[in-house]
Ligand binder design. Sequence first.
Ligand SMILES: Nc1ncnc2c1ncn2[C@@H]1O[C@H](COP(=O)(O)OP(=O)(O)O)[C@@H](O)[C@H]1O
Ligand SMILES: [Mg+2]
Length: 238
Amino acid sequence: MIKVDIQTETLDYHNEEAYKALRTNLKFCGNDKKVIGITSCQPSEGKSTVSLNLSKSLAESGEKVVLIECDLRKPVLIGRTSVNGGDVKGLTYFLSQQATLNEVVCGTNIENLQMIYAGPVAPNPAELLGSKYFKAAIEALRKVFDYIIIDTPPLGAVIDSAIIAQNCDGMAIVLESGKDSYHFVREVKDQLDKAGVPILGVILNKVEISKNSYYGRYGKYGKYGSYGRYGYGEKKAE
Ligand SMILES: Nc1ncnc2c1ncn2[C@@H]1O[C@H](COP(=O)(O)OP(=O)(O)O)[C@@H](O)[C@H]1O
Ligand SMILES: [Mg+2]
């Protein structure tokens, strides 16, 4: 198995606490919520960052985790980690049946954490993700891991996330503070409802703590915000 190094620089206090809160809230969602998709309305809201840090945080708490990079259109993990020798193939290789699942799973320097890179950009990501091979991969990984964290593309931009969601037990929506309109978020929520997958919560990201006395005062929510149990709009996300 190819081994990957993930930078283990420590997060600042607020971020560290926010990820612990996120991890705890996820665990409270119940142990039938194992396959978790991370999406957002727009690009660059922080899906890949949150997916990686959440995966690390869960692994550090003793859970066996695999992170799958399913943003096949804009892969970033390969640039944010370093591969120790070997040829990393990635998910597109498996989905196009050019590699086995075992060949695309990489070990990491973090105990309990494994990951699957997106692989080379393919011309037909939605088709690959809708294939029986993707479904089969998730089913096989479910038997081995406590959590499968799936980094996806923005749902407001491409359909891939809704396709991925059909294989997830729940989705979390990353919202960059101040970026998305109410209607945009509502549309994304409706799309996930149509896919029939529960929204586990929203993750408020890139919150400027110094500008926000509420977050600052309590010192409880970090830049990543927290992972609300209510993501439905009727109740305020925690
Ligand atoms: N909480 C944060 N504070 C500051 N920068 C962040 C934060 N979250 C993400 N970023 C930065 O924003 C950019 C986009 O993040 P990324 O996770 O790649 O977004 P996405 O996967 O949603 O496109 C990256 O440069 C990342 O380092
Ligand atoms: Mg991303």
